[in-house]
Design a protein around this ligand. Structure first.
Ligand code: PMP
Length: 409
């Protein structure tokens, strides 16, 4: 049997559906963020990256880089084992305490990624709650969906941010039945925000437990960078706060924070935590340096907010179809998979701008877009350059401008 044909076939079908992904070979250059080298088929080229989740450039912050290099020089590279088998290194223990403090919780638990923290965290929690019913927002990230599936208990999906629907489901389940509501704070593709306060009200009314994914908000919002729940004063009302060290904190890894009882139970039962090697000390030290810096400094958040606001205004004024958002995420709608990919290719080849196309299944068919994430390092000149490049690409591809721009022409 030719097994290879199965795999080639699996890829061919993605290509036929125009969902085949091509990765750009990028080399980030510390100290030059957001500039990077693109190793194109024709050779290396300088590009400006406009879609990084290193939202604040902390992955290249001198204090963070120094913490990583100094710790690697002192402690070596790997952790040397799972948490139970000699992998629990001192920088990791320090990091967990730092995270608990960030979210005002009793304890923190670090996983190898945000993906794993959701998948194994949600499934373990739900398995430990007898007869648990999971209520999950329809736009939750794939890692949460996988966690819900792996939990194996009954689940109900509530329409995105629809509090009436959530209440109906809670009411039908009854106050006595144990329930876990899982949702996000910043939804990464539409850049909208979960109704945290209202969800907490309902959770209290119907005696449900709450689990929030603050992956796109930690480091970015709140006086100490703990996220939207901190900003809006709901942190103490949420049972489990999950986050990543890989986006605004610029490193790698994921975590949950909660009560001692929850963290101890997950630590003791979660296969995705127990049976994998712990994060290396150098990464933990770098993450701690990043969290501590952002707890004390608001300059990065303020700079990011200012540049995101400016970018939205400049792109909208140029007649580009910017989806309005309350967050740092700037979606520019293309609404066609092929043109979305073509726009990316043109931006890269003709303008030295790198923006990954966002196509199905990340967003629904017809909602294809460029997802732009300005950082404090995308200065005014770079924003103007981006706007000019997008307008040129829009014209070349015959993509529609908004009504104001047509009127202005
Ligand atoms: N949750 C959400 C909402 C995400 O968007 C992502 C990744 N993009 C994750 C979790 C996973 O985080 P990580 O990249 O740290 O695995």
């Amino acid at each position: 049997m030719d097994y290879q044909t199965f795999f080639r076939g699996a890829v061919e079908s993605l290509k036929a559906e125009r969902r085949y992904r091509v990765f750009a070979d990028l080399e980030r250059r510390a100290g030059e963020f957001p500039h990077a080298t693109w190793h194109s088929p024709e050779g290396p080229r300088d590009v400006v990256v406009w879609c990084s989740n290193d939202y604040l450039g902390m992955g290249q912050h001198p204090a963070v880089v120094q913490a990583m290099t100094e710790t690697a020089a002192r402690m070596g590279t790997g952790a040397g084992g799972t948490r139970n088998i000699s992998g629990t290194n001192h920088p990791l223990v320090t990091l967990e305490a730092e995270l608990a403090d960030l979210h005002g919780k009793e304890a923190g638990l670090v996983f190898t990624s945000g993906y794993v923290s959701n998948q194994t965290g949600i499934s373990t929690l739900a398995k430990l709650i007898p007869n648990c019913l999971i209520l999950s927002d329809a736009l939750n990230h794939n890692s949460m969906i996988e966690g819900v599936k792996q939990a194996g208990c009954e689940k109900k999906i509530f329409r995105h941010n629809d509090m009436e629907h959530l209440e109906d489901l809670l009411k039908a389940a009854g106050k006595e039945r144990p329930k876990l509501i899982v949702f996000e704070s910043v939804y990464s593709m539409d850049g909208d925000i979960g109704k945290i306060g209202e969800i907490c009200d309902l959770a209290e009314k119907y005696s449900a437990m709450t689990y929030i994914d603050e992956v796109h908000a930690v480091g970015m919002y709140g006086p100490r960078g703990a996220g939207i729940a901190e900003r809006d004063g709901h942190m103490q009302r949420i049972d489990v706060v999950e986050g990543t060290l890989a986006k605004a904190f610029g490193c790698l890894g994921g975590y949950i924070t909660s009560t001692e009882a929850v963290v101890d139970a997950v630590r003791s039962h979660a296969a995705g935590f127990i049976f994998t090697t712990a994060l290396p000390p150098a990464i933990c030290a770098a993450a701690t340096a990043s969290i501590r810096h952002l707890k004390a400094s608001t300059a990065e958040r303020d700079g990011q907010h200012a540049q995101a606001t400016r970018a939205k205004a400049v792109l909208a004024n140029a007649g580009l179809p910017v989806m309005p958002t309350d967050t740092h995420i700037v979606p520019v709608m293309v609404r066609d998979a092929e043109k979305c990919k073509a726009a990316t290719d043109l931006l890269l080849a003709e303008h030295g701008i790198y923006i990954q196309p966002i196509n199905y299944p990340t967003v629904p068919v017809g909602a294809e877009r460029l997802r732009i994430t300005p950082t404090p390092f995308h200065n005014d000149a770079l924003i103007d350059h981006l706007a000019g490049a997008l307008v040129a690409v829009w014209k070349k591809l015959g993509l529609p401008f908004t009504r104001q721009a047509i009127a202005a022409e």
